[in-house]
Design a binder for this molecule. Structure first.
Ligand code: FES
Length: 134
């Protein structure tokens, strides 16, 4: 159930992590030995410390690349050319912490992503529309 409307196209003061929590992403039964709840807590703790936003959403589409996070640029990042960046396979603490580091540094348009995180960038589905909820 989508509880809120689409995230503003003009962006907010900080970048936003749209964290998929649909049928596959964040599903511990489909990813044995992982702790999706803990990773979401890492993201939220990073947001509280560094001032970026975290939202969750229903399935974004590319379930075969779970867990998926979309990093939406801040307004300043968008003005600097930053685009929404889709990241796949964020299913361990290391990649989750890299997402936090990038968002804390400003995210798309304002900071270069960690090189290893860049290897996890994925193409968004053709009809991608990011809906989010808190
Ligand atoms: S559940 Fe995340 S992409 Fe489908």
């Amino acid at each position: 159930m989508a509880l809120s409307s689409r995230t503003s196209l003009t962006g907010s003061a900080s970048c936003t992590l749209v964290v998929c929590r649909g049928c596959c992403c964040g599903n511990a039964r489909k990813q044995p030995g992982t702790d999706p709840a803990w990773r979401l807590e890492l993201l939220r703790a990073g947001a509280a410390e560094h001032g970026f936003q975290v939202r969750t959403t229903d399935c974004l589409g590319p379930c075969d690349q779970a867990d998926v996070i979309v990093v939406r640029p801040s307004a300043a990042g968008r003005r600097a050319g930053g685009k929404a960046t889709w990241i796949g396979f964020v299913s361990d603490d290391d990649s989750t912490e890299e997402v936090v580091r990038w968002a804390a540094a400003g995210g798309p348009g304002l900071a270069a992503p960690p090189a290893t995180l860049e290897l996890q960038f994925i193409k968004p589905p053709r009809d991608a529309r990011v809906r989010s909820r808190r």
